[in-house]
Ligand binder design. Sequence first.
Ligand code: MHO
Length: 248
Amino acid sequence: MGVEVVCQMVKSRVLYLWAVTVGVLVVQVVAIRPDQTSKNMGETRVASFALGSFWRGEAAFGCLPGVVRTRAGYAGGLKQNPDYHSVGDHAEAVEVEYNPSMISFEQLLKVFWANHDPTQIFGQGPDVGPQYRSVVFTQDDEEAAVAAKSKAAEQNKLPQSEVVTEIQSMGVFYLAEAEHQKFELRRKPQLFQLLGDISDEDLTSSVLATKLNGYAANLCPPNMKKLLDTKVSPFLLTRPNLQQILQF
Ligand code: MHO
């Protein structure tokens, strides 16, 4: 075997190894989704609430510090596999995944009361029907007691009318259709496109989209709004339309 042939073999072997290494690296980088960091956010808990349209419900909780992600869905009924046009006896609901060391169930309840009218029977504003009813879904007796106490405090604040919110133990949460997930963000296309080319599945579980969804609806607490304003403003400078669309 000539020296040249050996050299050629060594070269192609090196090239092959190089290609494999680069390939593996690329696969690893592509596989790292921005939201994987959320898996390091410590142990999380889930709470679900029904407070009228789940579009707004998701946005009301999404921007809170300690909330990891929100998802829109149907809960509280018996119908199997409900959907938007056939919701059956379910209510539109939001599932809130949160870090209990940063935000408590009690604090989430405060946000729940502040973001709808719990005295309205089977509806919220223009949205009429049992799918818009007010419900706190609880995981255990402890949460049920916290919810009952919180409801009593809310009733005290509203002596003229009855707080009709139901407190129900948590059953199946049926995920709503993709087009209903992060809806407030979807309707702000210039803000939405900051997420790049994201699949429906990734959008539904995205921590960043959860925050931006609350931001798009202008439902962030002041500190969080300030922080997001700072992060988003470089894009506002380069995309003046965004400023108009968000109406800052
Ligand atoms: N009033 C809302 C209801 C939406 S909802 C997700 C509308 O624009 O139709 O039920």
